[in-house]
Ligand binder design. Sequence first.
Ligand SMILES: [Zn+2]
Length: 128
Amino acid sequence: MQQPTPPKASVARVDAGAPQRPAYACSHCQACGFNNFPPADVCPKCWSEKAELQDLSSQGVLYSYTTIGSADALQYVGYVDLPENVRVFGLLNTKQAPVCGVPVTLSAVRAPGSGPCFVFDLTARQGA
Ligand SMILES: [Zn+2]
């Protein structure tokens, strides 16, 4: 199957127009329904330019995680799967090692300078 080629003018526009986008959003392709994170003007799946911004859910599920730092200043970071079928990377607000598959809730979007940092709290399961 031949892959469609991206329109060159649109690719250039993606590079030029990024700064005003909200940090915690994806682009939703109106042609094929694909959600892309971070948002893009052109759908990376079908190359359509009919993309609109869509807010992301604050609730997700921890897909995977790792530790960073030293033993006395350990932090957990990981990938969170959201209902919009996108996976975002963020800091996990916990002192204990989480378990993959646990529900998490977005608690903050920080802007440390080089880009947004998403912070997720581990959500207590109902009845657990
Ligand atoms: Zn598409």
